[in-house]
Design a protein around this ligand. Structure first.
Ligand code: UTP
Length: 276
């Protein structure tokens, strides 16, 4: 039912310099797979087959990753190394890829609005691939959110509880608890101080958005940090109608930070790679 997934990948990745000076942070490998491929596989597992990338300067490696490499294919065809290409071949078979460029880094909200041309007038998923979400054996986080979308037909944000001293890194919600782990949002603040934070429920990098978000974003002035904030547009959407927040099942690693990246690498090596 939701076919398209948007990947805003135009950010600078300053927290990972110098590794990200000429390489997109989304191409950093967790064990042997780039972060962005985990995100695409999660979207495919949720039934999506059109991956839309909002890229920027210096991000060509992402476009190349989701294309055929003729030299490589030719070189290893028929050899015992072919199996190393299996996972990316599967991804290329199962999905189509479109790209557009965000010319100026004006924030996540602006990146999403830039993606309108690839999405059109339909609900869509959003994956921030520096958040790696894993639910070993169970439904992928995006698949869990698609199930909820079928029930509520409104935008959904994935949340997790964070320690009070970390609210400044996230958008934070407040809302009416409908059942365990599910909230109807009535307030939302981008990167609040612990004193300002309306709760400790932080938005992580998974969303399902209804397309009215584009009109709202067009009218959203720059907010925190002078950027057009998706959080501000989502609050407006919640006021107009409904936004749900969902405490997902599974684990999330903040791979935009060095600590989260190392944690993810150790986890994937022990629980996914070695278990293959
Ligand atoms: P972040 O602020 O976490 O990512 O943006 P960043 O700017 O890449 O990383 P740091 O903080 O400098 O280390 C959240 C997401 O929004 C995208 C980023 O690519 C990231 O996935 N983004 C952000 C854009 O695509 N465009 C923007 O203008 C801003």
């Amino acid at each position: 039912m939701i076919k398209k997934c948007l990947f805003p990948v135009a950010g600078y990745g300053t927290r990972f310099l110098p590794a990200t000076k000429s390489m997109p942070k989304e191409m950093l490998p967790v064990v042997n797979k780039p972060l962005v491929q985990y995100g695409v596989e999660e979207a495919i597992a949720a039934g999506m087959d059109q991956m839309a990338f909002v890229t920027g300067r210096g991000k060509r490696a992402i476009t190349d990753h989701f294309d055929i490499s003729y030299e490589l294919e030719h070189q290893i065809a028929g050899s015992n190394k072919e199996s190393y290409l299996t996972s990316i071949r599967e991804v290329l078979d199962k999905a189509r890829f479109t790209m557009t460029r965000q010319r100026e880094m004006k924030g996540l909200g602006h990146a999403i609005l830039t993606g309108e041309t690839l999405i059109g007038n339909e609900p869509f998923g959003v994956v921030l691939s520096d958040d790696l979400c894993l639910n070993n054996g169970g439904d992928s986080v995006m698949a869990q959110m698609v199930k909820l979308y079928k029930q509520f037909r409104c935008s959904i944000v994935a949340i997790q509880e964070v320690p009070a001293d970390q609210t400044e890194k996230y958008g934070v919600i407040a809302g009416e608890s409908l059942k365990d782990g599910l909230y109807r949002v009535d307030d939302m603040i981008e990167k609040p101080s612990p004193e300002e934070a309306p709760s400790n429920l932080a938005i992580i990098g998974r969303y399902i958005l209804t397309p009215d978000i584009f009109d709202i974003l067009r009218d959203t002035p720059p907010g925190k940090g002078g950027e057009i904030q998706l959080t501000d547009a989502l609050l407006q959407q919640a006021k107009n109608g409904c936004v749900m927040a969902y405490k997902f099942e599974g684990r999330r690693f903040d791979c935009g930070s060095v600590d989260g990246f190392i944690e993810a690498t150790n986890f994937v090596y022990e629980n996914v790679y070695k278990a293959q």
